[in-house]
Design a protein around this ligand. Structure first.
Ligand code: ADP
Length: 266
């Protein structure tokens, strides 16, 4: 039988020469290019103000790029009309440092909010969810260890529990990718470990690509397939955890002489 060579799958996300200028003279993102494959767990590290959060928000067009292009599943995100942008965002979940839950609502209500992106405005406003949606939400809540809290208001939960609700809300969308903006920055070590392990598990088991902004280099080293290092809006490192030496870490964090432009980026 003829053997058919296995071609590598095309990237899920391609970021090409992206620039972002807010109002200052210096760009917040300066000619950033990289691509992400299905199921990859990618951390973005760099000092505060490096552009990590801006980068994440350009991917699902929460903010517009000034120049360059973001392509998701081969489609240029900048060209999408409102309807198609809503569709795109339903494929890209988001997790935030401060959880962004509705505190007075219960765990299940918050999780079901993750389905809003795939509903009409009216059905969403009326809070109409199908039996399947409710069942899926319950399963995720149980998987995330929150079965005892389903009907509890979110303001009664610990930070770690709130973040698990955030993960369930992202997963109930059936996303292809989840963007995580400092997901453990407000948590203690043991809650952080649970969150990172859950994220890793979902990347592996559900083949969801994750892009995780992190302050903690050791956490990035432990969980990532790949690490992007950003300094002053530039991508100065793109490689596996094993390639990240202490010299490179110092360069990413600007504690050594500045890295030449994209010297280590592939
Ligand atoms: P990080 O997430 O790495 O801390 P950010 O993406 O938040 O970095 O910020 C990158 C740069 O862009 C910083 O200089 C920051 O002050 C600036 N910046 C971020 N958001 C805005 C905004 N909405 N308006 C103007 N400048 C901004």
């Amino acid at each position: 039988m003829t053997q058919i060579a296995q071609l590598p799958s095309p990237p899920l996300l391609e970021v090409s020469h992206v620039m972002k200028h807010y109002d200052g003279a210096k760009p917040a993102l300066d000619d950033i290019s990289f691509s992400i494959r299905k199921g990859e767990f990618v951390s973005v590290i760099g000092p505060s103000g490096a552009g990590k959060s801006t980068l994440l928000r350009c991917i699902n067009r929460m903010i517009e790029v000034s120049k360059g292009e973001v392509r998701f599943e081969g489609i240029s995100v900048g060209q999408l009309n409102r309807k198609d942008l809503k569709k795109l965002r339903s494929k890209i979940g988001m997790i935030f440092q401060h959880y962004n839950l509705v505190d007075r609502l219960t765990v299940i209500e918050n999780v079901l909010h993750g389905r809003l992106g795939s509903k009409s405005t009216l059905a969403g406003a009326l809070g109409r969810y199908s039996r399947d949606e409710k069942q899926q939400a319950m399963e995720l809540i149980t998987t995330l260890g929150l079965a005892d809290h389903v009907y509890q208001r979110c303001d009664q939960l610990s930070g770690g529990q709130k973040q698990r609700v955030g993960i369930a809300r992202a997963l109930v969308q059936d996303p292809k990718m989840i963007l995580c903006d400092e997901p453990i920055a407000s948590l203690d070590m043991s809650a952080s470990k649970i969150i990172m392990e859950q994220l890793k598990r979902f990347a592996n088991e559900m083949h969801i690509s994750l892009i995780v902004n992190l302050h903690q280099v050791d956490v990035a080293l432990k969980y990532s397939d790949r690490i992007l290092g950003v300094n002053k809006g530039r991508l100065v490192f793109d490689g596996g955890p094993g390639e990240l030496s202490s010299e490179l870490i110092a360069e990413i964090y600007g504690t050594a002489s500045p890295a030449p432009r994209a010297r280590y980026a592939s």
